[in-house]
Ligand binder design. Structure first.
Ligand code: 5RP
Length: 238
């Protein structure tokens, strides 16, 4: 029948929506769990992304109940959302008590991360580095044994970006430039390295490529990871 969708396609779409709802539940569980660690008077690093959005919502709820905190946002998007939700903000002028952010992949053992699918990785890493505690919030689908199923986002300066991209290709990556300019005025290259057995040494190598502003490998930075799962929240500590 013209205009109506085949039943099989409807079923697939309903399944996808159901999966998205379930993942959103897991994200919310993780966010709510991490936000219990926030207490009045803290300076709180605020992440970027769909899981970090649940953190903002939980913080806003607690602020309405009397919590007093000041946030440091990791992106202009988060600045805007914090404003809408009534979360007071400051710049990154000093130490941060706790930063809470999402991730694209988290290793089960060492809690290394790939971050930056939302393109905010540089500010996210600066905020995480300034924080006494860096809490990562993810749903169970983000947990991996080895990083690298997701590409590593790499922020590069626009000047000579093709030359920077070639240096990264020589390291073994297939790269794709996003049609996107970061809050810092730079480009993002999504770099697929395949499975990354030694993420620490890849991170160090990328640190030394001229033109690379920052990359999405967060090595040894997570203090704890709150994982939302079908069986509740699991808290993994470094
Ligand atoms: C943005 C990020 C995000 O935290 C990461 O991409 C996870 O996003 P989401 O919670 O939407 O899956 O690093 O730069």
């Amino acid at each position: 029948m013209r205009g109506s969708r085949p039943a099989a396609l409807c079923a697939i779409q309903i399944d996808h929506r159901g999966m998205a709802d379930e993942r959103d539940n897991w994200k919310k569980l993780a966010a709510d769990s991490a936000v219990t660690q926030v207490t009045s008077g803290m300076i709180v690093g605020l992440g970027t992304g769909s899981t970090a959005e649940f953190v903002l919502l939980a913080l806003a709820r607690r602020i309405r109940e009397g919590l007093r905190i000041t946030g440091v946002a990791t992106s202009e998007h988060t600045v805007a959302r914090a404003g809408e939700l009534g979360i007071p903000l400051t710049g990154l002028n000093g130490p941060i008590d706790i930063a809470i952010d999402g991730a694209d992949e988290v290793t089960r053992g060492a809690l290394h991360l790939i971050k930056g699918r939302g393109g905010a990785l540089t500010r996210e890493k600066i905020v995480a580095q300034a924080a006494s505690r860096f809490l990562v919030v993810v749903d169970q689908t983000k947990m991996v044994d080895v990083l690298g199923t997701a590409p590593v986002p790499v922020e590069v300066v626009p000047f000579g970006w093709q030359a920077t991209a070639r240096r990264i290709e020589i390291l073994g990556a297939k790269r794709q430039r996003r049609d996107f300019v970061t809050d810092n005025g730079n480009y993002i290259l999504d770099c697929a390295f395949g499975l990354i057995d030694t993420p620490g040494s890849l991170a160090e190598t990328l640190d030394h490529v001229a033109g690379v502003v920052e990359h999405g490998l967060f090595i040894g930075m997570s203090t704890e990871v709150h994982v939302g799962t079908s069986a509740g929240v699991k808290i993994l500590k470094a």
